[in-house]
Design a protein around this ligand. Structure first.
Ligand code: FNR
Length: 353
């Protein structure tokens, strides 16, 4: 009699359909979720010919350091629901392929363990920590100091979700996090009280200024959509991320491709501007960079790759994207990321698809 192979995958605590609904879904009618991807697709490319560079270089400079690629994994909560490789697998694959990583406050893996996987990799991208402002200011600072000690290079404060509730797709699927689900980086339990309690705790600009003055790490704000907020953030912080949270918080926000140009204009080069939402292939990233983003964050494509193929699946995605970006840059006559400019883009070329 042959012994059956050991089952090394922990039993999924939830039905696969509920987990998919959590990762893929968005807020409300998912108008913003769909528009994010459609808006990148609707931008046309109009390169000049007979100008092919002899070499193509995808490096970018962020916060004073040079990195191999213009992309980072966006912070995403609870990745152990997608695959047992979870955050460590995502981190290893990103580091091996020169991509950066922003680890979520709500990761299912301790931030120190993820840092140990990433930091020794010689070709890695940036390692940043995303902070949800749960609890008191001192709770946030303790967590930032912990991330600093572990080797993280910046803090990304998410400012667009002081109030959040389950999307309809997620609710209909019956998704609910098990009570004992690991969240080893939470500064304090997320507020689960009434709307009034959440509103009373919502952070403001004074809190950002306080954190900036106490933080040992550079501070970026994630979730900027309005140029006036971008102007303020550029004076106060070290960078910002144009994001509508992948359409997961407030449905009806415009797609980030439409928001990015006014933010770039308002910032006037004072700090790096990153963007996320709906980037589904490397040519989308090329368009974001041409619109003035210094780098991008990528969310759902990575969680899908992780769920399907674990860490090797994520590595394969980044290799495909890197090949596509280099090929597209060559076809667009761009030897470097800086050579990607709005002149390459052709708006109104397609109806939104
Ligand atoms: C997120 N996002 C997110 N953002 C954040 O600041 N902290 C978090 O913990 C999470 N968690 C999270 C979970 C899941 C499943 C998703 C899909 C997204 C938002 C994320 O960082 C990013 O803004 C969007 O995912 C970008 O859009 P795309 O690339 O998913 O379209």
């Amino acid at each position: 009699m042959t012994a059956s192979p050991p089952d090394t995958t922990p039993a999924a605590p939830l039905a696969a359909a509920a987990i998919r609904a959590y990762f893929e879904g968005g807020a409300g009618d998912e108008v913003t979720l769909r528009a994010n991807a459609a808006a990148w697709r609707a931008i046309g490319l109009r390169p000049r010919v007979l100008a092919t560079p002899r070499q193509v270089d995808t490096q970018v400079t962020l916060l004073g350091r040079r990195w191999p690629t213009p992309w980072l994994a966006a912070p995403m909560a609870h990745l152990a629901l997608a695959h047992p490789d979870a955050e460590r697998g995502l981190a290893l694959a990103c580091a091996a392929q020169g991509a950066g990583l922003v680890l979520s406050t709500q990761a299912s893996t301790a931030l120190e363990s993820v840092a140990r996987a990433v930091l020794p990799e010689p070709q890695r991208g940036p390692l940043w920590f995303q902070l949800y402002p749960y609890g008191e200011r001192e709770d946030w600072l303790r967590l930032v100091q912990r991330a600093h000690r572990a080797g993280y290079e910046a803090v990304v404060l998410t400012v667009d979700a002081p109030v959040q509730w389950a999307g309809e797709r997620e609710r209909a699927s019956g998704f609910a996090l098990p009570a004992d689900w690991p969240q080893p980086n939470l500064p304090a339990r997320p507020e689960t009280g009434t709307l009034e309690a959440l509103l009373a705790r919502a952070p403001d600009w004074d809190d950002v200024a306080w954190l900036r003055s106490h933080s040992p790490l550079p501070l970026l704000l994630k979730g900027i959509t309005h140029p006036a907020d971008a102007d303020r953030a550029a004076d106060l912080c070290d960078g910002l991320v144009v994001s509508n949270h992948g359409g997961r918080v407030l449905d009806g926000l415009p797609p980030t491709a439409a928001l990015l140009p006014a933010v770039v204009e308002a910032v006037q080069g004072r700090c790096p501007v990153l963007v996320d939402g709906g980037l589904r292939r490397a040519t989308d990233v090329l368009k974001a960079l041409a619109l003035g983003a210094n780098a991008v964050l990528v969310g759902r494509p990575l969680v899908a790759a992780l769920a399907q193929g674990g860490a090797p699946g994520v590595a394969a995605l980044w290799r495909r994207w890197h090949d596509e970006l280099r090929g597209a840059m060559a076809l667009c006559g761009a030897a470097t990321i800086d050579a990607l400019t709005p002149a390459l883009l052709c708006h109104g070329a397609f109806h939104p698809l």
